[in-house]
Design a protein around this ligand. Structure first.
Ligand code: FE2
Ligand code: FE2
Length: 334
């Protein structure tokens, strides 16, 4: 798939569409609906690999926790991308000013990501008040980029001429689009507000997902020195390693939720549910996380997403030599 970074008319037209179709944080999201705690958030896998003996009530809260983890992951990574706007985008395009249209499209891209991060964050805060907990306490058990070294490493990579952040953005966008499709299949059993947020997010992601690929194209066209050649090979691996280590670190936080079990039934049921995991051996847990846990397995296998695969072959990038999974076999319909 080639993106024509020189077709100014096409780029201007894309910007026009993005601006026209852009949704409004206050007016287009029906925040007043509130959250329906009787509904699930994300569909779980048929095999219930991680929680084989969970009751219906437990499955519902696990689905809600998974929904919050996914919302927080998307929001945190979008926030990191926006914080690194200058090193990963502005400086890079100032060095290679392809055309003003590509620049304007980038401004729109970051505006949209900022709004997405804020939207998912607001949902998480609303959920916190539903389950009788301070929003900061709920955030403390969910994925967060704060106090992690990822911002520094991506900035360093970018200052040295790498594009690891754009690889990550591209992979996470493809993932968010896939998760929306899972959600759409079970729309009626999902909290309507959660569905609406993902629907709005999906629409803008589909419209702007080519931007990360355009940045990789600029890099391919304009950066040809030996250092850049090296980064072209290893940038994706950098993103993969950082993403994998960050994901595992973030998942460990879930154990802390037990201390809120007296705040709300949501936490009481979740506390019981995570005891199922404690009974698993380390090997069994790792194997399940890597291969059969929806959302988590998808994020641990970034290189298996269709467009990422195509780009790795186009830019001759390397990926970690981890065994390929059978992500396609994970069906999320319950
Ligand atoms: Fe987004
Ligand atoms: Fe995006």
């Amino acid at each position: 798939m080639k993106f024509d970074i020189y077709d100014e008319r096409k780029l201007a037209r894309q910007l026009q569409i993005q601006k026209k179709k852009s949704w409004d944080f206050d007016k287009d999201i029906h925040w007043e609906m509130g959250i329906d705690l009787n509904k699930s958030l994300l569909p779980l896998d048929n095999n219930r690999a991680l929680f084989p003996n969970a009751s219906q009530e437990e499955l519902k809260v696990i689905s809600q926790l998974m929904g919050l983890i996914v919302a927080s992951t998307i929001s945190q990574l979008e926030e990191v991308a926006c914080k690194l706007k200058v090193p990963v985008w502005e400086k890079f395009l100032n060095k290679h000013p392809v055309n003003p249209e590509l620049f304007a499209l980038g401004e729109q891209f970051f505006e949209e990501e900022k709004k997405h991060a804020r939207t998912f964050k607001r949902y998480i805060n609303m959920f916190a008040s539903e389950v009788n907990i301070d929003p900061d306490d709920l955030s403390s058990i969910l994925p967060s980029s704060e106090n992690s070294s990822i911002e520094k490493i991506y900035t360093l990579n970018s200052n040295m001429g790498g594009m690891a952040m754009w690889w990550l953005i591209s992979a996470v966008e493809e993932e968010a689009i896939l998760f929306y499709h899972f959600l759409h299949e079970v729309k009626d059993s999902v909290d309507p507000l959660y569905y609406q947020i993902h629907r709005c997010h999906f629409e803008e992601e589909v419209r702007h997902k080519s931007y990360a690929q355009m940045m990789l194209e600029v890099h391919k066209e304009f950066e040809s020195g030996p250092v850049s050649q090296m980064f072209k090979k290893v940038d994706f691996i950098t993103a993969e390693v950082l993403n994998m280590t960050w994901t595992f670190k973030q998942l460990l936080k879930v154990k802390k939720l037990k201390k809120y079990k007296n705040h709300h039934q949501f936490f009481a049921t979740l506390s019981k549910s995570i005891d199922h995991i404690s009974n698993m051996s380390y090997y069994q847990l790792m194997h399940t996380l890597f291969n059969s846990t929806p959302y988590i397995s998808h994020t641990l296998h970034l290189s298996e997403h269709k467009h990422v695969k195509e780009m790795l072959s186009r830019y001759k990038g390397l990926k970690l030599p981890i065994p390929s999974s059978s992500l396609g076999d994970i069906k999320c319909i319950v």
